[in-house]
Design a protein around this ligand. Structure first.
Ligand code: ATP
Length: 255
């Protein structure tokens, strides 16, 4: 691990009088699995939205590998390798698991790899390559047996894995995961954690993970950044953060 993948400086996002993010500054080290935690309403999702280009900061700067990306649209960030998943998976419910992965592969502008593949006689080298990559991703995730099942019929955990698979169809560099453990049973949770670790080690993805499950964060993430009231309260190893009185106060102090 070396250098900084993402640098966030004095980031703010205000909605009228609501200061959702209020001067947050932090770094995500290159090659890390960084956790972003904090009580409800701390500003985690709003921060993700700004990093991924879904919302424009009121003020502050975001740099990716030194390049200023503040306020850039999602598609430009995608081409730089910044991709995100959502708390509620965003798959196409009526497409199969395989088709969902193929649909996630970037094509030429105005062209869909999936539609080309579905249209007889239009399968070319690019479609064949994407098909192979989708099959490999399904195998990697242990989803080969649900290849031809519509995504809407998969379990919550399988859909979370499919979201990771969609990431694997892109040239991801920095992956923002929004609650990968939400609504997932403990066995699948272990599998998802293992997949994240392997994607980090084998493919070099840098991860930033929002998660309420502290055991998952403790098992996966270093460093962990704690947000509270739109600012960074502290950052460090989870073992230290768990003992930090300011963090305990932020979570349990009440108001
Ligand atoms: P949770 O853990 O509950 O998902 P969070 O840390 O992700 O919370 P955000 O969703 O970023 O927090 O919200 C931060 C604050 O900003 C909250 O008080 C929220 O109500 C407010 N907020 C977020 N989006 C908007 C919006 N579009 N308009 C007004 N207020 C908003």
């Amino acid at each position: 691990m070396s250098g900084t993948a993402l640098q966030v400086d004095a980031l703010t996002r205000h909605y009228g009088g609501v200061r959702a993010v209020n001067g947050a500054s932090f770094e995500i080290p290159e090659g890390s699995i960084t956790g972003l935690i904090g009580p409800n309403g701390a500003g985690k999702t709003t921060t993700f939205n700004m990093i991924a280009g879904a919302e424009t900061p009121t003020s502050g700067r975001i740099r990716f590998r030194g390049q200023d990306i503040t306020g850039r649209p999602t598609h430009e960030l995608f081409h730089l390798g910044i991709v995100r998943t959502f708390q509620l998976p965003q798959e196409f419910a009526r497409l199969t698991a395989l088709e969902n992965l193929m649909a996630a592969a970037p094509g030429q502008p105005g062209e869909s790899i999936l539609l080309n593949w579905l249209a007889p006689g239009r399968v070319r080298a690019r479609e064949a390559e994407v098909l192979e990559r989708a099959e490999e991703s399904l195998a990697f995730l242990g989803l080969s047996q649900v290849r031809d099942i519509p995504a809407g019929n998969l379990s919550g955990g399988q859909r979370k894995l499919l979201e990771l698979g969609r990431t694997m169809m892109t040239d991801a560099q920095l992956v923002l995961l929004d609650e990968p453990g939400a609504g997932v049973n403990p066995t699948l949770m272990l599998r998802i954690a293992d997949m994240i670790r392997r994607l980090n080690a084998e493919r070099g993805y840098t991860f930033c993970i929002i998660e309420h499950d502290m055991d998952l964060i403790a098992a996966l993430c270093d460093p962990v950044i704690v947000l509270a009231e739109g600012r960074v309260l502290t950052r460090g190893a989870m073992a230290d953060i768990r003992e930090d009185p300011r963090v305990i106060e932020a979570y349990f102090g009440g108001g």
